[in-house]
Structure formats: structure tokens, C-alpha cells
Design a protein around this ligand. Sequence first.
Ligand code: SF4
Length: 390
Amino acid sequence: MTAPITQDVLTIPRKLPETGRANIVGLTRDQLREALIAAGTPEKQARMRVGQIWQWVYHWGVRDFALMTNLAKDYRALLAEKFEISVPEVVTRQVSEDGTRKYLLRIAGGHEVEAVYIPEENRGTLCVSSQVGCTLTCSFCHTGTQKLVRNLTAGEIVGQILLARDDLGEWPEPGAPKDETRLVSNVVLMGMGEPLYNFDAVRDAMRVTMDGEGLSLSRRRITLSTSGVVPEIAKTAEEIGCQLAISFHATTDAVRDVLVPINRKWNIETLLNALRDYPKLSNSERITFEYVMLDGINDSDEDARRLVKLIRGIPAKINLIPFNEWPGAPYKRSSWERIEKFADIIYKAGYASPIRTPRGEDIMAACGQLKSATERGRKSKAQVEAEARV
Ligand code: SF4
């Protein structure tokens, strides 16, 4: 029996107890405007101040109010007294031989999440987390073995993008002309957690990310990946409008019930019906179906043919993901030969079927792995100390 699917929402207040100052990272324009007025900014100036502060924080990467030279000195002092510009703290950073960077990050309350940066020839994708742990228990996923601790705030989600830009040295010099080449050119919400179980924070974070004076990434460069939280799908199209990816992974309810147990709540047919309108509602070209290739579980020719039949009528691309095996995983990766055969059937049916190159295997870059490895490390150190005391 698997754990029941629940939507356990735990949030922390925006005012962090450590400093008593409110973090402005992740506040929407309206929220920041309200906060500035409450802090004493004259109402008719507030809109302009939001634009100025956003430019400093999101375009220039400035974290110190004192450096915001187009604001009066006493106003900068007021901002520093009432607000802070903070991002998660990097606990460890691992760089793979292939350039993949994996960050283990500490957020308020001492919790840890991870983000992964994947450089490719013509893009750089940052995979961000939206929850600490996950309520869902997808059986192929390492995060699924970690209980949900809490939702991330919008600031903690945006903060992952800011610190990746820090690490990559991507901020332009203040005053330099606008450079449109981006190292972090794409963002995918595919890290720890189910983003649609933290909808409001994810929506606000993506609004900051998409805003022209914010991080200024086009909504076509943002992909939200869901396991299939059906009631939130239309809302995602209307309120975020980003690209959508579905953790699909199986072609029968019997198999998907095990791999992605949320399927017991919203089965394949219900999910596909909810997806049919998404491209039109969000004005996006197509939906990505993610399909992890598990040896002998979901990788037969029959599965490939069934998959094509199921998604007929939905503009789609199918991303085939060779399983990134983690210690103790109950599955094995399908052979390359099998993956290629599966891809071929889908391709011949008229769908793009790229096979994702495994990245960062030397740093355990699959979802949820670094955090657990660190926890194991800590546990064994604690065990060693306990043994020494006996
Ligand atoms: S695949 Fe996503 S939704 Fe499923 S357990 Fe892992 S993090 Fe949660």
C-alpha cells in the first residue's frame, strides 16, 4: 500500500525571524508596492520604486541597497532597515565532468533542497525545486522517498535562479549595455516537489521570472512539470501560461498507479482530457510527455504504440528519459537498444521523441539524490560518534 495523497501545505511567514526584515526576493510587483508603501514610501512614487528596485535585483544582481545609486541615500537606508535581499545559502556545489552543476541549498528553518544547472550547446537549463520533499510517492523517484516538509516560498524559488546566476558569474556589470545571451536561458520546475501543490508560490515566482523588468525570461523558456494534478492544469494555463510537461511514464492505469500513484486519484483518461485544452489556453505549441524508461516495466513496443494512441490529438513531444539509477532503486534502466526501438515507434507515428542524455551521473544529479547522500553522510557521522561514546 502506498501513502495517501494529501495536499499538506506548510508555509513560513515572509518576515524571517533571523533579521526581522522582509525579503523582497519573490514578491510580485503588487506585493512589493504594498510593502514599500507600508514602509513609508509615498504612494505616488511606489510604482516607480518597484521598477527601480527590480532592475537592481533582477537585472544587475545587486544584493545591497546601498549600491542602488539611483535612489536617494536616506531612502536606501530606509530600505535596508525594513527589507533584505536574500537567497538560499549554498551548502555544497558539485560540478560534473559534463559541466552539470548541482547545488544543495539551505533555506529558512535549516531545510535543504537542490537545484541543478545543465549546460547544453544552445541553452542552459536550471532545474529548480518547489517543495522540501514531496507528498507524492512516485516509485521511480528518489524525492518520493523523502516526506514533505514544507512548501518553498516564491522567494526561495526565485532565489535558486539568482544564486545560479551568481555561481555562473552571469550578472552584467552595472551600466553595461544589455546582453541578451543567457547562461541560465531556461528554467524547468522539475526539481524536488510537485509544483502544482504549491501553486501560488510557483505562480508568483514565475511572474517575477517572466517579467521584463524581473528576470525577463520568456514564458516559452519556462517549463512546469507536473505528475498530473488535474484541477490545477487549466489554472496553470491561465495564471502562468508557461510550457507544460507531464510525468507520464506509463500507458495503462495499472502500471501508472504504481509508478505515479496520483494516477489513482486522476487516471490517465481524466488527465488527458484536462490536457487537451492546455495548448490553446496557454498559447503554447505543445505539451511534453516525460517517459522514464524502466527495464521490463513500461518499455515494450506495445507500450510505445499505446502511448501514441493515447495522446492522439494533443500537440505533443515525448521526452524519453533513461532511468538514472539511485542506490536501492527498485528499477533498472532499459537497454539503449530498447530505448531506441521505443523512440523509433513514436517517431514514426509523427511525434518528436528525443532521448534525454543522462547528465551529471558522476554527481548523482537525479532528483533528490544529493540531499539524501548528504543526509546519509551526516547519519553515518552521527552513528560513528554514538559508537565512540559506547
Ligand atoms: S516525481 Fe515529482 S511528484 Fe513524483 S515523488 Fe518525485 S518529486 Fe514528487
